[in-house]
Design a protein around this ligand. Structure first.
Ligand code: M6R
Length: 611
């Protein structure tokens, strides 16, 4: 979704804004622009398409100044075009906006009636006109005008606003859309996400919904919308700028696939109690009594995080024996679900900002459920509204297709299930120790699988790159991995793919199989193995091109498959961490061979803050 950056300081702002926008590219966008205070005016540059086009516009007509705002737009109201690109101007006012103003139709009618010259199709331009109108009413300066304008807006917004008449100042405000401030000695920054600001400062402030801040060089004064001052403590972010760079890999997605052993290691660090076969659960935010008395768990998530949540259900049911439901957050919200006190909601979201997950978790909390967030972005909206946050430590994930955040979510869900199982008495000492030991070995195993299967997966990708449809089959813990394999392939290569519970094949999808259809069968040695092998044979009998992801030395898999991608023998709970790796690599290589925009696939956004 849209990205915002802002800078007030002493440096020339255009390169800083462009750099920040480039670091937000992963969010998805179709046009971009900057507005800079320059020589007593506000100068504007906007361009459709990639940031390179904006850069060229700025090369042709450089703008110098030390205060500015920038934006990457992901079209919601009106097609991608220069006139619809942000910033939007009205008189002395320039505005960039992420979110959706819900009452835009009524607002447009009112503003036009009062004489505003609206030139774009966007809701954002209306915000600029409204603030300009409030300024003209002459009660105070820009801060007051923004405050009064916001009272008339309904919907979601992160806004950054400047006025030609107030040099060296940016006003920002937030409701439902993410916005973070960066503080340095001689400068203040704002951005939609941490990576935009990382090269400049690690000292960040996370605004709450309903906050308005006045940014000046090196300071940020924060108030509520009614003007009441508030303190928002700054946090030191331990992500380094290098973590958000490609480090010699062709794409972020490939780098992030390879980073998974490190991401898992960071996520496990300090949490495994190997001696006792337990998890240090201080971040989980539940008491021992809570753990014992939880009635049910609801896992809420979207997309890839939903696949992690589906795996989490297996963990919670088999290890902690707690009744667990997995819900697509978009379907849960507004459904009037039966949920309340004694229920625990786990909201799983790498960004911590996905609107559907946020709203669903909020609805559950209002009904009395406790909410635990599993998120990767510290201080993001979902952890903030939750009773506790159990963070993954994947580091910044820039590729739109989630990879390392997915496997670290699995790690947190498994750790939580072990913690709960120990407290509920459903996981004995020996089993717990075995699981914790295997978890500790996971980074090495994952490294071996990525390194050891890469070449074979690339060859398979070359062979099937032109396949029109691809099937992924798995059972039990590997059913969600089949769904994830299909989603990854769809997202980055635009190839039609379906993930199925292997047992469902004969109930319909088997009709799709012929000699042109590659079928990935996920069949590690686990309690579902024999039945999955049966499904593999059914696919083979219909001339499907079978690629098995199987345990090392599995002769049966070799006997009936075109290719076997091997993983080591592990506890069945750990297998998904390994079976998913070749699927991520396959999606990546097919996409790369097809020449798609791997890190920013068409129509997708990294952080989905709309409904
Ligand atoms: O930030 P979240 O984990 O809440 O995001 C949920 C989905 O939007 C996300 O997983 C999406 O499906 C990704 N593009 C998957 O690669």
């Amino acid at each position: 979704m849209c990205g915002i950056v802002g800078y007030v300081g002493t440096e020339n702002t255009a390169p800083i804004l462009l750099d920040g926008l480039r670091r937000l590219e992963y969010r998805g966008y179709d046009s971009a622009g900057v507005a800079i205070q320059s020589g007593g005016e506000i100068a504007l540059a906007r361009a459709v398409g990639k940031l390179r086009n904006l850069e060229r516009a700025l090369e042709a007509n450089p703008i110098r100044g030390t205060t500015g705002i920038g934006h990457t737009r992901w079209a919601t109201h009106g097609r991608p075009s220069e006139v619809n690109a942000h910033p939007h101007l009205s008189g002395p006012v320039a505005v960039v906006h992420n979110g959706i103003i819900e009452n835009h139709l009524a607002l447009r009618a009112r503003l036009v009636e009062r004489g505003a010259k609206v030139v774009s199709d966007t809701d954002t331009e209306l915000v600029a006109h409204l603030i300009h109108e409030k300024l003209r009413e002459g009660h105070g300066g820009l801060e007051d005008a923004v405050r009064r304008a916001l009272r008339e807006l309904h919907g979601a917004y992160a806004l950054a606003v400047m006025s030609r008449d107030e040099p060296g100042r940016i006003i920002v405000a937030k409701a439902s859309s993410p916005l973070v401030l960066g503080l340095a000695d001689d400068a203040t920054y704002c951005g939609s996400d941490i990576p935009a600001l990382l090269p400049y400062t690690r000292r960040m402030v996370f605004l709450e919904d309903g906050d308005l801040a006045v940014l000046e060089r090196g300071t940020a004064r924060i108030t509520r919308l009614d003007g009441t001052p508030v303190e928002r403590p700054s946090k030191e972010i331990d992500w380094s700028p290098v973590m958000a760079e490609k480090a010699g890999f062709k794409h972020f997605m490939l780098k992030e696939i390879h980073e998974q052993p490190r991401a898992i290691e960071d996520t496990l660090r300090g949490r495994l109690d190997r001696e006792r076969g337990d998890i240090h659960g201080h971040e989980i935010g539940l008491s021992e009594d809570d753990a014992r008395s939880i009635r049910r768990v609801f896992l809420l998530a979207c997309g890839t995080s939903h696949h992690a949540a589906m795996t989490g259900r297996y963990y919670l049911e088999s290890i902690a024996r707690v009744p667990t439901t997995v819900e697509l957050a978009s379907e849960f919200r507004g459904r009037d679900p039966v949920i309340g006190e004694g229920d625990l909601v786990i909201a799983v979201s790498q960004s911590g900002e996905t609107l559907d997950t946020l709203v669903a978790a909020r609805e559950a909390k209002e009904r009395g459920a406790k909410v635990l967030a599993i998120a990767n972005v510290i201080g993001s909206a979902i952890p903030r509204m939750s009773d506790a946050a159990f963070y993954t430590h994947a580091g910044p994930e820039i590729g739109v297709a989630s990879t390392k955040c997915f496997t670290t979510q699995l790690a947190n869900l498994l750790m939580f299930s072990i913690w709960l199982g120990r407290r509920r008495g459903t996981l004995g000492d020996a089993d717990a120790r075995a699981l914790v030991e295997q978890l500790a070995r996971l980074p090495i195993l994952m490294k071996d699988v990525v390194g050891g299967t890469r070449q074979l997966v690339m060859n398979v990708a070359k062979r099937y790159r032109d396949a029109r449809d691809v099937l992924f089959l798995g059972r039990g813990l590997n059913f969600p991995m089949a769904l994830e394999g299909a989603l990854k392939l769809k997202e980055v290569s635009y190839v039609h793919a379906e993930g199925y519970a292997a047992g469902e094949m004969k109930h319909g999808p088997i009709a799709l199989i012929d000699s042109a259809v590659p079928v990935f069968v996920l069949m590690p040695k686990d309690r579902w193995y024999d039945r999955t092998l049966g499904n593999l044979q059914e696919a083979k009998a219909r001339e499907g091109q079978v690629i098995a992801i199987a345990t090392e030395g599995d002769e049966s898999a070799h006997a009936v498959s075109e290719d076997v991608i091997e993983i080591p023998l592990v506890h069945e709970a750990l297998a998904p961490f390994l079976t998913v790796l070749p699927l991520q690599l396959y999606a990546y290589y097919v996409a790369d061979l097809k020449g798609t925009d791997v890190d920013q696939p068409r129509n997708l956004a990294k952080t989905v803050t709309v409904e």
